[in-house]
Design a protein around this ligand. Structure first.
Ligand code: HEM
Length: 405
């Protein structure tokens, strides 16, 4: 049998793509002892698990993955309960709201961060921009006090450490559970005040939302806000760093995007395919399921490798090449399951924030390109990715001639 590097090995963390290829081609179903899960890697198998036409793949695994840090979120729910809960939050992230009330928040937050370095001629776009921008946008959308943003960032860091804690370090786990308590102590009084005095922010929208006579409790709203830290923060953070890193590594495509900003949409879609922010998503089987390479028994945890599926040669031509002009790429980021790469998943839990993420990335990239017309990687710097569950550039030191000097 071919040697497949372990997903928890340093070799895999340094570069998972060769291992993904071996899995797809010769070991499409693997039992992984350390995470006690079955790993699937082919596009067709992962797509099938996400779409779940046969009602065999549940999200019950999130009860132990998410509940300790977030409480009960829509990711844990299924069936009609999920549909109603999702309908309560989804309108807040759709076209009209985005254009009218969120787009100005996105533009302002991006500009503030860029203004802090635009006159200096250098920046680390991971440290100074990507890790801050989406979290600031969420805090602002919720209508939180600016003075509280540093605490919000602290919880963000603890939450993503908890979720990425594949090797189950007890200290990281304990810090995650403390975060749940602190976050609740902070958010619940704010939610209660909002109920008495509704404004036009996201918290007020969530307080007022009603579907089929169902409304969100304070605890529901708090859990959803907590989920947004990871779901809307870390992912978009890595998407922005990823699109910039991919373009810097392909100067001809960067030049094309500078010329025609309409191409950012394609660059975003190709970045999500080629270097997705979320590499792994888990599911639980509700019965025995046949996939490539064998049968997954009922009640098992399944690790779905988005990072591997997105580079499946049976789905994409020349899958290991970053090419924003590829013909087998769909750029739709609709609420339906229309997107063809698997970075936003598919089906019932398809990313609710996909349009928001797209707006953030398009605005951010436009502003970064304007502020740094000759942006280049710092001399001799060779970018490296980091992370196994979620993955993105570790740092992106750039240099540029400040505009106007
Ligand atoms: C769901 C990825 C941005 C909020 C998901 C899922 C993925 C994903 C893979 C499905 C999880 C599963 O099925 O188990 C991404 C990526 C993003 C991004 C790659 C950025 C490029 C955002 C943003 C928000 C957000 C900006 C909101 C502020 C959510 C929520 C869910 C979700 C609430 C749960 C939906 C449900 O259970 O019905 N996202 N996401 N995401 N995402 Fe995103």
């Amino acid at each position: 049998a071919p040697q497949v590097p372990d997903i928890l090995s340093p070799e895999f963390a340094a570069n998972p793509y060769p291992a993904y290829r071996v899995m797809r081609e010769s070991a499409p179903l693997i039992w992984h002892e350390a995470t006690r899960s079955y790993i699937i890697s082919r596009y067709d198998d992962v797509e099938r698990a996400f779409k779940d036409k046969e009602a065999a793949f549940t999200t019950e695994n999130y009860d132990w993955q998410l509940e300790p840090v977030h409480g009960r979120t829509i990711l844990q729910l299924s069936g009609r309960e999920h549909a109603v809960r999702r309908a309560l939050v989804a309108p807040a992230f759709r076209g009209g709201q985005l254009r009218d009330s969120i787009q100005p928040v996105i533009e302002r937050n991006s500009r503030e961060l860029i203004d802090a370095f635009r006159h200096t001629g250098s920046a680390d776009l991971v440290r100074d921009y990507a890790t801050r921008f989406p979290v600031n946008v969420i805090a602002d959308m919720l209508g939180l006090d600016k003075a509280d943003h540093p605490r919000f960032h602290g919880w963000y860091t603890a939450v993503i450490a908890f979720l990425g804690n594949l090797s189950a370090d007890p200290e990281v786990a304990a810090a995650g559970e403390r975060t749940r308590v602190e976050f609740a102590e902070y958010m619940l009084p704010i939610i209660q005040r909002r109920r008495e005095d509704l404004g036009d922010d996201l918290l007020s929208t969530l307080c007022a939302a009603e579907v089929d006579g169902v409304r969100m409790s304070d605890e529901d709203i708090k859990a959803f806000c907590s989920l947004l830290l990871a779901a809307g923060g870390e992912t978009t953070d890595k998407a922005i760093a990823g699109i910039i890193a991919n373009l810097l590594a392909h100067p001809d495509q960067l030049a094309a995007v500078r010329q025609d900003r309409g191409l950012i949409e394609r660059a975003f879609a190709e970045t999500l395919r080629y270097t997705p922010p979320v590499h792994m998503i888990m599911r639980q089987t509700a019965r025995d399921v046949e996939v490539s390479g064998g049968t997954i028994p009922s009640g098992a945890t399944v690790t779905c490798l988005i990072g591997a599926a997105n580079r499946d040669g049976t789905r994409y031509r020349d899958p290991d090449t970053f090419d924003i002009f590829r013909e087998d790429l769909t750029t739709t980021t609709a609420f339906s399951a229309a997107a063809d790469h698997l970075a936003f998943a598919l089906g019932r839990h398809f990313c609710v924030g996909a349009l928001l993420a797209k707006a953030e990335v398009e605005t951010g990239v436009n502003q970064l390109l304007d502020a740094m017309p000759d942006m280049r990687l710092a001399d001799g710097f060779d970018p490296a990715e980091r992370g196994v569950f979620t993955r993105g550039p570790e740092s992106l030191p750039v240099e540029f001639t400040p505009v106007g000097s």
